[in-house]
Design a protein around this ligand. Structure first.
Ligand SMILES: Cc1ncc(COP(=O)(O)O)c(C=O)c1O
Length: 413
């Protein structure tokens, strides 16, 4: 007869074998966690696999990321349009360098701190898409222009041109200026046509300024559902910037660049009049973009890009039917519109700062205690602000760690 001790021993051994045969680690497979940070600092990723990472954390699938960057580069080249990708999504010098290696002509940034960071990393052709207002922003824009003459920034107001002129004179330097034109979003842009022309002429008449061209970005076009509707809307909403370009050229002003565009309009804007794309999200993708639909006619899914980034979370408590707790909570910006990789039927939600949940319906396949779920986040601009590194994975292996640098806080001062 089998004793209780023999039975438990046999069961444990059986479980261990089963776990091993599935390739899963056990508590006796010791990774030197005391050395975790020092190994990362030394870029020693030996034996580091996804299941060992602290959660919640951001994981990038390297092959998918590379495929996205290549697809953008190839399509832009085929369409005769340049790429000056926006960094607000990834906030990473490593990502930016990969983009530049694949033909990006520079970078687009949202803040002066991002501009300083990426220019300081040696990347040329940084375009800041918000006009400098206030002493802090204006001095820094002018000083960066002095240090890096390839840096450009936008203006949409004659008053700002005067302030910039004064600061540029005080620092005895020249600045490169792009006029921002309204493209359907109240947040910025002078009216297209005559008002934009007059601002361009004011810029170009200054000894301290070089007029580079126009920018018109439409976030509404970017997320319009369906390729044909998106194209139609983009054509309409950029009519003002096309008119501005035509008037400027007729008035003898050279228009070197027409900047704008997005992940949603990357294969449209060579027809809307733009000469370069500011697309950002395509490197990783988020669920706001999953649903815009592509040129392939799929209205529910945007298949042009691979979902390269997930937030990994651990399922860490379960006491109630059809709901389980995760460590993906408000602090890392969990949203109801997030999606679980491979288990799209799961509903994602919050239970507090460090607590999230996933729920499912009767009969659905359910996660269990100890599982690790990978979650596609809703808006990368925001989510990447809540983490300080990407773990770069090939399959289950971690092959690199890239810092997320241009975040709120110290890096944005
Ligand atoms: C000015 C500007 N340009 C470009 C982009 C990039 O767009 P997307 O991430 O949709 O490709 C953004 C994103 O918000 C933006 O604000």
């Amino acid at each position: 007869m089998t004793s209780r001790r023999q039975f438990l021993g046999a069961t444990a051994a059986g479980l261990l074998t089963a776990a091993r045969s599935r390739g899963a680690k056990t508590f006796s497979d010791v990774y030197p966690f005391a050395e975790f940070e020092s190994r990362i600092a030394k870029r020693n990723f030996r034996d580091l696999t996804k299941d060992l990472l602290p959660t919640p954390c951001m994981v990038v699938d390297l092959d998918m990321f590379k495929a996205n960057v290549k697809h953008m580069a190839d399509t832009a080249k085929a369409n005769g349009i340049s790429v000056r990708p926006h960094v607000k999504v990834h906030k990473s010098v490593d990502v930016a360098r990969h983009q530049v290696a694949h033909g990006a002509i520079g970078l687009t940034v949202a803040t002066i701190a991002e501009a300083e960071l990426f220019s300081g990393a040696g990347i040329k052709g940084v375009l800041w898409t918000k006009q400098p207002v206030g002493i802090n922003n204006t001095q820094r824009a002018v000083l960066l222009s002095k240090k890096d003459p390839t840096f450009m920034f936008v203006v949409d107001d004659a008053q700002v041109v005067d302030w910039v002129e004064e600061a540029a004179a005080a620092h005895n330097t020249k600045v490169k200026i792009v006029v921002s034109v309204y493209a359907g979003m109240a947040r910025q842009g002078i009216e297209g046509g005559k008002p934009a022309l007059e601002l361009a002429q004011k810029v170009s008449s200054s000894k301290r300024m070089t007029f580079e061209g126009f920018m018109a970005y439409s976030g509404r076009a970017a997320h319009t559902k369906g390729f044909e509707a998106r194209k139609k809307f983009s054509m309409e909403v950029l009519s003002g910037v096309r008119e501005s370009r035509d008037l400027a050229k007729a008035a003898g002003l050279p228009v070197n660049i027409m900047s704008g565009g997005s992940t949603g309009t990357y294969n449209i804007d060579h027809e809307t009049g733009l000469t370069e794309l500011e697309s950002g999200t395509y490197v990783f993708m988020d669920t706001e973009y999953f649903i815009v639909g592509g040129q392939d006619g799929d209205m529910k899914r945007y298949n042009d890009w691979k979902a390269a980034l997930t937030v990994m979370t651990t399922v860490d408590s379960q006491h109630h039917p059809n709901i389980i707790t995760t460590d993906y909570g408000n602090k890392v910006l969990v949203k109801k519109t997030d999606e679980v990789k491979g288990m799209p039927w799961l509903e994602v939600g919050t239970q507090g700062a460090e607590y999230g949940y996933v729920k499912w319906g009767d009969g659905d396949k359910a996660p269990k205690l100890g599982d690790r779920l990978e979650i596609y986040c809703t808006n990368l601009d925001q989510s990447t602000n809540a983490f300080d590194r990407y773990y770069i994975a090939q399959g289950d292996r971690i092959v690199d760690v890239w810092p997320i640098m241009g975040r709120s806080g110290a890096a944005q001062r």
